[in-house]
Design a protein around this ligand. Structure first.
Ligand code: NAD
Length: 394
């Protein structure tokens, strides 16, 4: 299959590329890939584990290998031998220039940026360019995944974001104030009938106009924001309190991370999208909203090693208050990148089964699943398996 990554030179993208190529060459095993579990074995026949990569970027380095090496210099997140072993494959992946329209001040810290809007293009011309890039790369077995830096939350506009006609009028009339990059990428992908996943908290395909477009074109899409770390643990553990009739009085989550993602998230407006996405889950998992604090701060020396400290204050039998603490200490790209490959394969599987619109059954992969209130990881996993089983047997 082919995978088009928005934010192709990021650490999640380049680690996914390196991992896929290393697995294909027999240099790494499939630990961390959900679709490699025995349950999903039938997928091997339908969507074999073989990837061709392309993508859009705004940091125009010479190729994906250079980007991966740059991440490695800072993070040492994979073995150097593995990187060298996929050098040839990654050196041939060259991203196309993308758009960073209304992506906020956070991305300015990423270094020298080149975007289509800096060429003075109108919205219509930007969409035409990104669509042309995707079209030239794509075949019938192509999926687009957004793994670009997190955008600020845009104001939803009734005229331009609610209907397909309104969205296209916005493009036609060059109303740049109302468009964000993630919407334009999602629109282009769906219009070309390419399944689309939003691994970020950005708005992407979740505005009503794009949901309608995906239904009209019968294109599967899913999002938002990969559930990889602290939220994964939170939505796995919170149900435990509910099952045992323990009342959570308060839950404090404090996340620190460095690297580009941490830098972008340290900008207030970009951070807001992530906090909203992380914050909603407790109420949904427990059925009530305990006192909650969710914080994310930039901590340069950690680079891509994200640490999350959580403190839970809970009430048990006879009104007694008790405490639970955990620390999640993971390498963000290592937990995230296999899920990008999983999502790509499962969305292509959905397309092959002629499924269109939001694929709610993929909620398992997201912090803030679109059109789905189930955040309990255990339930989400059962829903995913049931969906897969039914389609694979059909
Ligand atoms: P990163 O900063 O390493 O990579 C982002 C890449 O996107 C950069 O190369 C940047 O130049 C590029 N980019 C930014 N805006 C762009 C645009 N408008 N068009 C094209 N390219 C653009 O970040 P990362 O750690 O790889 O994370 C990527 C995204 O995934 C972030 O939004 C992050 O919040 C999200 N995410 C990550 C995890 C995780 O565990 N790592 C979990 C959930 C979500």
């Amino acid at each position: 299959m082919k995978l088009w990554l928005i934010g192709a030179y990021g650490i999640v993208s380049t680690t996914a590329m390196a991992g896929a190529k290393a697995i294909e060459k027999g240099l790494a095993d499939k630990t961390g890939l959900v679709t490699a579990l025995p349950f999903f074995k039938p997928l091997e026949e339908i969507v074999p584990f073989e990837f061709d990569f392309g993508g859009h970027e705004i940091r125009l380095l010479s190729n994906a290998f250079v980007a991966l090496k740059e991440h490695w210099e800072k993070n040492r997140h994979v073995d150097l031998e593995l990187i060298e072993a996929v050098k040839e494959e990654l050196s041939s992946i060259v991203a196309k220039k993308g758009t960073a329209l209304n992506c906020g001040s956070g991305i300015e810290g990423l270094g020298k940026l080149e975007t289509l809007e800096k060429e003075g293009l109108s919205l219509k011309e930007i969409v035409a360019r990104i669509s042309k890039d995707m079209k030239e790369f794509a075949n019938d077995e192509t999926v687009v995944v957004n793994v670009a830096s997190t955008e600020p939350i845009p104001k939803i506009n009734e005229r331009y974001h609610y209907t397909i006609e309104g969205f296209e009028e916005m493009i036609e009339e060059d109303k740049k104030d109302f468009a964000t990059a993630s919407m334009l990428y999602a629109y282009s992908a769906i219009k070309l009938r390419l399944p689309y996943a939003n691994f970020t908290p950005s708005i992407g395909s979740s505005i009503p106009a794009l949901k309608k477009l995906a239904e009209e074109k019968n294109v599967p899409h899913a999002g938002n924001d990969g559930k990889t770390g602290e939220t994964l643990v939170k939505t796995t553990l919170a149900p435990m309190f509910a099952y045992r009739n323990l009342v959570v009085e308060g839950w404090m989550s404090y996340n620190i991370l460095g690297d580009y993602d941490g830098k972008v998230l340290s900008a207030k407006e970009n951070k807001e999208s992530k906090i909203v996405s992380k914050d909603k889950v407790l109420e949904k998992a427990l059925g009530y909203a305990p006192y909650s604090i969710t914080e994310i701060d930039f901590f340069p020396s950690l680079v891509d090693n994200k640490t999350a400290f959580d403190f839970v204050h809970f009430k048990g039998f006879l009104g007694k208050l008790m405490k639970f603490y955990f620390i999640w200490d993971a390498i963000d790209a290592i937990v995230a990148s296999p899920l990008v490959l999983d999502l790509a394969r499962l969305l292509l599987f959905a397309k092959k089964n002629e499924i269109g619109g939001v694929v709610k059954e993929l909620a398992f992969f997201f912090k803030n699943p679109m059109d789905c209130d189930v955040v309990n990881t255990h339930e989400q996993f059962e829903i995913l398996k049931k969906w897969f089983n039914q389609l694979a047997r059909a």
